[in-house]
Design a protein around this ligand. Sequence first.
Ligand code: 8GP
Length: 814
Amino acid sequence: MELNVNQFKKDYLRRLKAKSGRPLEESTVWDQYHALGSLIKEYMTDDWVGTSIAYNKLDTRQVFYFSMEFLTGKLLCDYMHAMGVFEVVEQGLTDLGLSLETISEAERDQGLGNGGLGRLAACFMDSMASVGIPGHGIGIRFNFGLFEQKIINGYQVEFPDRWLENRNVWEVKMPDKAVEVHFGGSVRQDYIGGRNVFFLENTEVVMAVPYDTPIPGYQNGIVNTLRLYSAEAKTPDFDLAGFSRGDYNRVFSEKYAVEAISQVLYPDDAYENGRLLRLKQEYFFVSAGLQGIMRSFKRSGLPIRDFHKYNAIHINDTHPALAIPELMRLLMDIEELNWEEAWKITTQTISYTNHTLLHEAMEKWPVDVMKSLLPRIFMIIEEIDRRFNQITERLYHQVDPRRSQQMAIIGDGQVRMAHLCIVGSHSVNGVAKLHSELLATKELKPFNEFYAGKFNNKTNGITHRRWLLHSNPRLSAHITEAIGDEWIKEPESLGRLMKYHSDPAYLEKLMAIKRANKVDFSNYLHKTSGVSIDPDSIYDIQIKRLHEYKRQTLNILHIMSMYLRLKEDPDLDLIPRTFLFGAKAAPGYQTAKQTIKLINAVGDLINADKDVNEKLKVVFVENYGVTVAEHIIPSADISEQISTASKEASGTGNMKLMMNGAVTVATLDGANIEILEAVGKDNIFLFGLTAEEVYRYTENHSYKAFEIYQNNPLLRRAIDMMTDGTLNVSPEEFYLIRSALLDHNDAFFVLKDFESYANIQKKACEAYRDKKRWSAMSLVNIAKSGIFSSDRTIRDYNRDIWKAPVFETLKGSL
Ligand code: 8GP
């Protein structure tokens, strides 16, 4: 948009006064932030309204991305970039004696997600708008996002994330678009006008009230919508009569029970929860979202039989799987279509992404729970299952009689949500080449054989606008200086940087930028936690959720072994290294929580020991989330992507770090494999078992972790450090970690991969010593990162699955 500094200052001062009721001199940082956010939102309003009018007017096919999680982070600076007003606003604020940096710190992270899956959804929102696809998000407006983590005495302690405490400046409540969602009750069946008709009776009714947030595309005038639903009791207030009779408890408990649905996000990542409230959440937003879509579709006057031609609904993992039976219900029970018609529309509308191969993450719901909470939905699932079984039994009963049972949607008294998604959608994709291949050839093989062509791959991506343009301004400027700013819209043009591969001046500046970013991060860390780190040490970074398969344990055991070696030989020629960890553990996941304590205990030991602390430092960064990531990533030298091969579906942190010039230490897992293909084997440090080897060891039970423990003295001493009193803890402190490694035969092959990990770490350090070589490696990583932009991912989804129109801009379509 067109905006000059003077106009901005005028608008801003007026807005600040109106919002806070105070002049600039008396305003708080919160006032300043709130006024700025509301002004930026207002600047967006014409385009936001215009976009929605244009989509309607053009009868556009639109994409609806249903996701339980949207891990958005802060929005202010990203939005200013998108609207092309960043510099003007920054200048205007400086003129007024204010600092954009300080103001933007007042914004709360929108942390409505756990990790990769939720952050991917947020990147997709940005890319859909920027690429020009009519695509919107549908989810839940949780009152509390992912818990805030504090480290107290080395332990993770969880606190509620009150992100809405001071209001959310970006959202707009839409009470007129509220819909009813029904739970429980019973189904009455009648035969009317030659067809079976189903009525739900005696249900519990919950109001789903949408809150819309604008999602601006990058300087293209397109503003899509993220719609998050909040649960409210049906009567706007509480039962006043009951209240007057003094029946306070009942009156309030009913209201709270309803509102509990959108109260908190479950803090589990890649783990099935199985709690009733979780199922309620899933149905709640899916039903509300579909009713909303149906309502506006019907307003368009288009025939219901064409629903799938105008609406593409994507379900982000199985949490929104009930979209399948719910859409069937709406089409049959409300729109009066027959089963075959409804099924055709449903399957052609819905597509599904799988995000994990871990069995413990596969959602299954007990039949009796589903039946009593959602009786009509369960009937429909049963019917989908019955029809599907008929076909598979006919096909397989002679060759493989068990196959039909294996593929069934309902089995062992449970509804298998992944099976429901596969059967009820027209596309099933994994999130990296290896993951999609393992889905098709191993985990979901019978389905891939049954549905030729339904399975496909869409390798994940990240929005380079947030993760490079906005979070690493120095590097962005250095790139733009060399190749112009086309990369912001066409990230694959970052490849043009390859011509600086051997340009000493360019590479030197690249390293100077990294150094400056490292200083920035060390200042940030000092300010937020009091910890000092040395910007001349290697920053070796592992930031992601804490999970055994991600193997923070491998990293810390290696650090413990370095410590032991240094204690024996303090003159060991090591480049000073700072190991940084950032990770939240699910509150009920005890092994993960012990790992956090272990990292902190090792840190306490090393950081206080003068024999080693000039060469080693271990820091656990508290409360890892989107904003913390934005501070750490630009400063990273080494990116740790060390999951057990076959377990990490894709990873996206690996992409963010490479894009910022970190070099990856990696197993051949998830998207690491595609990073290898992009940068070549000389620009990545690979180690460890392959996925095939992991499968083989697991299948033939030939792995013996204890033997490795016995035969590798250094590793044994590192493991024993957990219990021998070296760390200032009781010998039982880490019993779950130790017993997972030794008593339960190390399911994630930490011991098996230890030696090759230690070797590759040595190689990485040698490479780092050679500044020229390292800077060239770093440059290659940046130059080749363009394909990992979520713009590419979104274009792939749209080309193969959604097939929505792509608009360069909507200006002029009104
Ligand atoms: C994550 C995967 O673990 C990660 O590799 C991938 O990059 C990310 O999804 C985005 O695709 N998976 C989950 O977070 C996940 O599976 N969560 C629960 C649904 C189980």
